[in-house]
Write a protein that binds this ligand. Structure first.
Ligand code: 3BY
Ligand code: FES
Ligand code: FE
Length: 411
């Protein structure tokens, strides 16, 4: 049986409310299908506008087999291109980030403008048509300080996501931020295990002593059910919305993205060991409410986020193989905040550095156990793991509909 047929069969016999069968977490053929059906088709968060603030600044990202470069052009527009030279295919930009007036391929110096046009190609035959060999564009959108790309030929409409996200994010001025710190860790587990772990706080009390000082364990905060009848959430939303901050829980019909605000514990305002702010200069615009808590956003399959008054922590998930996933965390502060004066870097990054490492170990242990021939899908807690059930349902629905389309042969 080929992998597509096998995957479809397993999706269709899936037990509701149970984890997936083993191949979804370890099988390289299933991984290739995930890439083809999810990662090469959906909008993916890749980085922030503020990382490429000036014309000519760029960063690169690797999505499965696709190297992509994201660049700010001379007019200030953010563009993305396949990072594969139109001469013989070399990577044009091989640095993680940089700044360049033109994009010059290191192999034979074919030179592209920031809008992708081929400007120079040394000593090619007469009549060579430069116009036919520009860098291939990749769909690219930015909203609220977040840059998304989509590798599909016909990307899904980005407008509904923009409409949901824009009002929630505008007050936080992420376009005027800077990255105070960035870390990438590789977790030895499938990307879906990283997400399953993220979508519940059932594990928090036993694993995250630092985070639990300020982040509530309540499933109404992390999950997708019950927030509307949680008086603390309702109070928080009412207070924020009265001050002009959109706050209530919103999710799209397909369940791919969600935004909501939640209060932190007691009088905490930031993810520090004391709960006090880590950055003196606010990232967010001033509002007439004291504790705005955390604005949480997730967008499957690439990102979850916590936006606070004084800083933001953003997360990007990128699969490397069936059993390895890179998680990049960025701490954003106001662009004028000065390290050592307005914030202490060690204090700013402590809680999530520890939390990430704890989550890495959790995911790796989870992956280890799933590899056992004795593993079989187990039941999620309806109370605490509603968010995980929602993630797995989203995944299964997407995969099933895309497999059922028949679609293109495996790439
Ligand atoms: O980052 C998060 O939103 C999730 C929620 C609970 C555990 N984890 C930290
Ligand atoms: Fe890029 Fe030759 S492969 S210039
Ligand atoms: Fe965790």
């Amino acid at each position: 049986m080929d992998a597509r047929t096998e995957m479809l069969r397993m999706i269709r016999r899936r037990r509701d409310g149970f984890s997936l069968e083993q191949p979804f977490y370890i099988d390289p053929d299933f991984f290739r299908l995930d890439m083809e059906l999810v990662w090469y088709r959906d909008w993916l968060f890749v980085g922030h506008d503020c990382e490429i603030a000036k014309p000519g600044s760029f960063f690169t990202v690797q999505v499965g087999d696709y190297p992509v470069v994201i660049v700010r052009d001379r007019e200030g527009r953010i563009r993305a291109f396949h990072n594969s030279c139109r001469h013989r295919g070399s990577r044009v930009c091989n640095a993680e980030r940089g700044m360049s007036a033109r994009l010059v391929c290191p192999y034979h110096q074919w030179t592209y403008d920031l809008d992708g046009k081929l400007l120079f190609a040394r000593q090619m035959a007469e009549g060579f048509d430069k116009g036919a060999f520009g860098l291939k564009p990749v769909a690219c959108e930015s909203v609220g300080g977040y840059v998304f790309i989509c590798l599909a030929d016909e990307p899904a409409d980005f407008a509904p996501f923009r409409a949901l996200m824009q009002p929630y994010f505008a007050p936080h001025r992420l376009t005027e931020a800077k990255i105070a710190h960035e870390s990438t860790i590789v977790e030895k587990g499938n990307w879906k295990l990283v997400w399953e772990n993220n979508r519940e706080c059932y594990h928090c009390a036993g694993n995250h002593p630092e985070l639990c000082k300020t982040f509530p364990e309540a499933p109404t905060v992390t999950g997708v059910n019950g927030a509307e009848s949680d008086p603390e959430m309702l109070d928080h939303w009412a207070k924020c919305e009265a001050a002009g901050l959109p706050a209530r829980f919103r999710i799209d019909a397909a369940g791919q993205y969600r935004a909501t605000r939640a209060p932190l514990l007691r009088d905490a305002v930031s993810y520090t060991m004391t709960g006090k702010r880590a950055v003196r200069k606010s990232l967010s615009a001033q509002v007439a409410v004291e504790r705005i808590g955390t604005l949480m956003l997730y967008h499957y399959p690439t990102t979850w986020n916590h936006i606070l008054d004084d800083h933001a922590v953003t997360f990007r998930v990128l699969p490397i193989s069936a059993t390895e996933t890179a998680v990049t965390t960025k701490w954003l502060v106001h662009k004028d905040a000065i390290e050592g004066v307005d914030y202490d870097l060690a204090e700013l990054i402590h809680v999530w550095t520890e939390t990430n490492d704890q989550d890495r170990r959790i995911v790796e242990e989870n992956a280890f156990g799933i590899k056992s021939p004795a593993y079989e899908p187990g039941p999620y807690s309806e109370l605490h793991e509603g968010g995980v059930i929602q993630f797995v349902d989203w995944y299964a629905r997407f995969i099933e509909s895309r497999l059922a389309e028949g679609g293109k042969p495996a790439l």
